[in-house]
Design a protein around this ligand. Structure first.
Ligand SMILES: Nc1ncnc2c1ncn2[C@@H]1O[C@H](COP(=O)(O)OP(=O)(O)OP(=O)(O)O)[C@@H](O)[C@H]1O
Ligand SMILES: [Mg+2]
Length: 270
């Protein structure tokens, strides 16, 4: 077996050179992107990917050019939410051309490279620790994003990953934090806000997701999580951007229905 001392001189693995090369390719790509925004929560399943999709739809409706990076490489869902599963990425001399949804939102996910959308066997790799960061670095560097107004980054529910992504990008313009009104989600959201402040990440605001469910018979709206006021809990720590209702069968019902609610919630609170 080789020892570290064997990896010197002509026989070196040149790992650090490879990482430096990728980092400089990534920096070149990022130069053409005006704003990079991560969608974050310390807690899983609160709606980061749904909010990423809605935010992308909102921005593209204003005429902006928008890309979405699926940085949740072990739990990808954004390409499904945007309905961008047919349009596979294409390899060119300038890297991968990202897929696009019907509105022209560019999407890059490791799922495209594994052809998960064509035949999902469940037999896909899992990347942990440094390997996870490597894959995200490669996705960012190898994608021909062109020139974008916004790159939204759908993150996994692990805060240290947000730190890794921030380091990769050298400049992260801000984060949108997603929470529900459950006690535990609010507790984790507050911890997330503190941690992001420590990490010097600018929090653009907090979105409350799955706030209420409208009765299909009488139209009365019932809170899904009782007794907690997210806006109050957020206080002065960050802007409270608004709340989204729970829409049953979200993946079957067009997600576009929620887009309008998202826009009016965000507009009302700004
Ligand atoms: N407003 C909503 N109405 C109905 N269903 C929703 C809503 N928001 C999210 N969901 C559903 O809740 C589940 C979790 O949402 P989502 O995948 O966006 O969460 P996440 O925070 O990205 O999860 P993860 O931490 O695993 O990445 C999904 O099945 C999604 O369709
Ligand atoms: Mg997600």
């Amino acid at each position: 077996m080789k020892k570290y001392s064997d990896l010197q001189g002509n026989d070196a693995s040149k790992i650090s050179e490879q990482v430096a090369e990728k980092a400089s390719a990534l920096a070149c790509r990022m130069e053409n992107i005006s704003r990079k925004i991560a969608i974050v929560s310390g807690k899983g399943g609160v709606g980061k990917s749904v909010v990423t999709a809605l935010f992308a739809k909102y921005l593209v409706s204003t005429g902006a050019t928008v890309g979405v990076l699926d940085a949740d490489i072990n739990g990808s869902s954004i390409s499904n939410l945007l309905g961008a599963t047919q349009n596979a990425v294409q390899k060119t001399d300038n890297g991968y051309k990202p897929a696009a949804d019907k509105n022209g939102i560019f999407v890059m996910s490791v799922d495209y490279l594994l052809d998960v959308h064509k035949s999902f066997t469940g037999n896909t790799p899992t990347w942990l620790g440094a390997m996870e960061t490597n894959v995200v670095r490669e996705l960012l560097a190898d994608t021909d994003w062109g020139s974008l107004d916004y790159l939204l980054i759908d993150t996994p529910p692990i805060l240290s990953r947000v730190g890794d992504i921030k380091d990769l990008l050298t400049e992260l313009d801000g984060a949108v934090v997603v929470t529900t009104a459950s006690k535990v989600s609010i507790k984790i959201m507050l911890k997330t806000l503190r941690k992001l402040a420590e990490m010097k990440v600018n929090v653009l605001g907090v979105i409350e997701n799955m706030k209420e469910l409208k009765c299909e018979h009488c139209g009365h709206k019932n809170d899904l999580f009782i007794g907690e006021n997210v806006g109050k809990a957020v206080g002065y720590l960050a802007p409270y951007l608004g709340a989204l209702p729970f829409v049953p069968n979200l993946e079957k019902v067009a997600i576009d229905e929620l887009r309008d609610v998202f826009i009016s919630a965000v507009d009302k609170n700004n």
